[in-house]
Design a protein around this ligand. Structure first.
Ligand SMILES: O=C(O)CCC(=O)C(=O)O
Length: 252
């Protein structure tokens, strides 16, 4: 960013809208370094990753890598990106407490077959009390409506958890079942992005992303998830949910 963000302004917007947008959060040079490290990570580290930490859109086609998670556990570059970093500082300001990085993820929507991300609230997956968590989403390349940009429902974090149900989308198995009300439509804002632009949302903010309808453009992004120190996982509920997910994956 050209100038230092005003933390108080960011916090006020975040509390009101449930998200913030920081265009140009990483510079061109930082983006070159990040993209070089993604390109290095995939051949070097993906072969060592646990099953369930990466997915292909089409498992028979290795060019369709869709998602990876826990990059910071496999590679020091991604650890340093997440921990004691500018991302972590923003999370601390927005949650107003110390934070713990839970994961660094990679999201792609390969051309033609990159599916839509169903409308969801991350907190449904996190199962936290209190819901003190943020997800950051950083564009690695130009992202448009056509390649599947992120869309937020403004103010939805103030209205509690909506009912979720099973979807057929790998990596996003749960979606809001009653999404698309007049209120949802009115409050939705799309965020096309340039490389280095950062979006941050609260764990209760409803969001989704379109499919990649282009024939020849990918849609790559990095996600970073931080939980506030006060957020405690409901372990029993989480365990049950993970077992359910495993069963569902076995059927796929
Ligand atoms: O990249 C996407 O399509 C959406 C990412 C997302 O929903 C999330 O990080 O919670």
């Amino acid at each position: 960013m050209s100038s230092k963000p005003d933390f108080q302004v960011l916090k006020t917007s975040f509390d009101r809208d449930g998200f913030i947008s920081l265009p140009g959060f990483l510079s061109e040079t930082e983006m070159q370094e990040l993209n070089t490290n993604i390109d290095r990570f995939i051949p070097e580290k993906l072969p060592q990753m646990s099953t369930g930490h990466y997915f292909y859109e089409d498992k028979n086609d290795k060019t369709t890598l869709k998602q990876m998670q826990d990059l910071e556990k496999y590679d020091p570059y991604f650890k340093s990106l997440a921990i004691n970093s500018r991302f972590e500082s923003i999370a601390r300001v927005l949650l107003d407490e110390d934070v713990v990085c839970k994961t660094v993820e990679y999201f792609n929507k390969p051309p033609k077959i990159g599916k839509a991300t169903p409308p969801h609230q991350d907190g449904y997956y996190f199962m936290l009390k209190p819901q003190q968590a943020v997800t950051m989403w950083l564009a690695l390349e130009i992202v448009t409506e056509e390649t599947g940009c992120v869309k937020y429902i403004r103010g939805s974090h103030l209205k509690g958890m909506r009912p979720h149900g099973r979807t057929s989308t790998l990596g996003f198995s749960q979606g809001i079942v009653d999404f698309g009300t007049e209120e949802d439509v009115k409050a939705e804002i799309a965020f096309p992005a340039n490389p280095g632009d950062l979006l941050v949302h609260h764990s209760l903010t409803i969001h989704r992303a379109g499919a990649n309808t282009t024939a020849d453009r990918s849609r790559k992004a990095i996600g970073l998830i931080y939980w506030g120190e006060s957020a405690k996982e409901d372990k029993e509920a989480k365990e049950k949910y993970m077992q359910q997910l495993d069963k569902e994956r076995e059927k796929e």
